[in-house]
Design a protein around this ligand. Sequence first.
Ligand code: AMP
Ligand code: GLY
Length: 432
Amino acid sequence: MKVLVIGQGGREHALVWKLKQSPLVNEVYCAPGNAGTALDGINVDISATDTDRLLKFAQKEQIGLTVVGPEVPLVNGLVDIFEAAGLKVFGPSKKAAQLEGSKAFAKEIMRKANVPTAEAKVFYNVDDALHFIDEREEIALVVKADGLASGKGVTVCGNRHSATRAIKECFVDQVFGEAGQTVLIEEMVYGQEVSILAIVDGQTIIPLETSQDHKAAYDDDQGPNTGGMGAYSPAPLVTPELMDVIIDKILVPTVHTLRRDGIKFRGILYAGLMITAQGPKVLEFNVRFGDPEAQPLLMRLKSDLATVLLAAAEGKLAELPPLEWTAEPAVCVVMAAEGYPGTYRKGLPIRGFAEAAALPNVKVFHAGTTQHGDQIVTDGGRVLGVTALGESIPDAKRRAYEAVKCIRWDGAWCRKDISDKARKQLKEPADE
Ligand code: AMP
Ligand code: GLY
């Protein structure tokens, strides 16, 4: 079978790498891909949002399974168009993708499903939103643009001034365009964050191993939000008992409420949770693998990914044996370009891939890279996801950072504390 992965980040490189190992798969294409996907598969020069050309390519090459990485093509309805053409595709339909594409829609589903989440109110104009802020005593609030904003549409506000500014950024300055013309104002909830991802075929829900990303740019969770500066799996905070609560109170009611509304959810259901003193509460839903959570997760997955994703696309997850995972934890450290998450340069030569690849249990997933002649150069803000398996989380961390040290380009940097949260959650003594 030929497989097509859509997207160009670290998540897509991890998908290509894992799918290529499948006995079912003889070729993996990636559109548009990066320098890493070109090493493990074949790049196709078509943008992830050019649905017409992607469809023509998939038909011409007789692609047996298409796997959609990022949210934008899902929210645009790529899956509906591929399915209508008789192609098998892993990912939710346009309607189901609204769970990520509209935070107001997600809140409405959670309300119907009785899923625990932060209280929120939806606003459609600046006056009503500002009036609401003025009337409130409690000013620790979170302001969220309703639509897709590349992970930048959420502002955690400690005071009235920052909430007012965030509201005006959405409605008046329109920094998120149409996505910010509807705004949610949400109560702040407190606790530890964790991501739970599940593979869903409309009916059957298979939770994946736990993982946690690091959204803030700098150590100790300081600085601006990013797409994710690193991730680890498993997240020790999630005990089997807590996982049962998350499945019963969050995943199952969400999928079943969507189905009662005539919306079949197929693909990855990603619940971003805060584990509060009252139990888990949903902060957001995504409808795809997390980036960089996919990198450590897929390194730990022993089962054949192509079999699993094909079964999900065909509605046959119930027929599969349980997923198998290596017990070894994995840690992924994102190496970023100088200036990220603000502006940064591209085209800087990267060295040291061979030294990093020579280390055991290490895989360097590419994100923002491209090939210039025989040189791999930077091509994005998040450039690489250096991922390692280890005997424990500290061991995986040590191995990942050892590989990071091999790799160099002008201005390369990373957080130094990826996975330390896991140790704090476990209250383990530091290993160094
Ligand atoms: P989201 O994109 O909704 O996950 O929000 C991005 C980040 O903002 C989350 O990872 C949290 O750290 C924070 N956040 C979002 N909603 C809340 C909330 N209601 N209370 C506290 N923090 C939040
Ligand atoms: N790492 C967070 C996300 O993929 O949305």
